[in-house]
Design a protein around this ligand. Structure first.
Ligand code: FPP
Length: 252
């Protein structure tokens, strides 16, 4: 059945989808405001997360349609464990629900599912759903849908530093040869390009421990809109604004 957003989407004219050769290759999104979206409607917070899950489907399709190659979504941070147990449990069920509903279509659309985050603390049912999706989409060559799940950027960098330190201690690595590329190899995003465009919804203006290394030269785009109501048009507005910006990487 079509949702309201699908209907809106189907009415989009082709000229409303960004075009040109400077479509951001990698878009990363901090999906924020699920709780406030629900509260504004007198609904429990989990209803916000559930509608946030529906937005993931919509935005994955929209990103793919615009020619984005990698879409990274911050779904659960290493700090989110501090939330009430029932909310954490609900959030941990969403990957399973999302993939049981959408994996078929993701496969049809040639999407590759990936995950970056610490796997150790994830419940078995969450991890096995994700691992199964990764396995079934491993040979796909289309959009990379990368879930940041139990992800924290500082922890990721500490782990990369430890990896290098271990190699030095084992006599396998000369510290003088360590450069950005060597450090980057130990990050969970290794192999992916850095995000070109970072989007955060819900009016918050901070990074919340998200991809601190990888966002060094990314363009940022913020919106007051809560994640569950983030639409194709919002994504396309962000991309169009990105296309107007001059990225200088510290040069002139
Ligand atoms: C932030 O909103 C959102 C989260 C911590 C969870 C994001 C998760 C989803 C959108 C769904 C995940 C689904 C899959 C398939 C991985 P908030 O709760 O902090 O909102 P608030 O700031 O308004 O309280």
């Amino acid at each position: 059945m079509f949702t309201e957003q699908d209907m809106q989407h189907s009415q989009l004219k082709s000229e409303e989808i960004p075009s040109g050769d400077n479509i951001p290759e990698h878009v990363a999104i901090i999906m924020d405001g699920n709780g406030r979206w629900a509260k504004a409607r007198g609904l429990p917070r989990i209803a916000g997360h559930h509608n946030g899950m529906k937005a993931i489907k919509r935005i994955t399709k929209a990103a793919d349609r615009a020619g984005v190659k990698v879409l990274t979504l911050y779904a659960f941070s290493t700090e989110n464990w501090k939330r009430p147990k029932a909310e954490v449990e609900f959030l941990m069920k969403l990957p399973q629900e999302f993939l049981s509903l959408e994996l078929g279509e993701l496969i049809e659309n040639n999407v590759q599912v990936k995950m970056m985050g610490n796997r150790d603390l994830l419940p078995d049912h969450t991890l096995s759903a994700i691992e199964e999706a990764i396995r079934q989409t491993a040979n796909n060559t289309g959009l990379i849908l990368n879930f940041a799940l139990n992800y924290g950027s500082r922890l990721e960098m500490v782990e990369s530093a430890k990896l290098l330190a271990r190699k030095v201690a084992a006599g396998q690595l000369d510290p003088e040869t360590i450069g950005e590329a060597e450090f980057e190899q130990g990050l969970l995003s290794s192999g992916l390009p850095d995000p070109d465009l970072l989007i955060r919804t819900s009016g918050e203006l901070r990074l919340s421990n998200f991809m601190l290394w990888q966002l060094a030269y990314s363009e940022f785009w913020f919106t007051e809109v809560y994640w569950p109501e983030f639409s194709d048009q919002h994504l396309y507005d962000a991309i169009r604004e990105y296309q107007q910006r001059a990225r200088r990487y510290g040069g002139l």
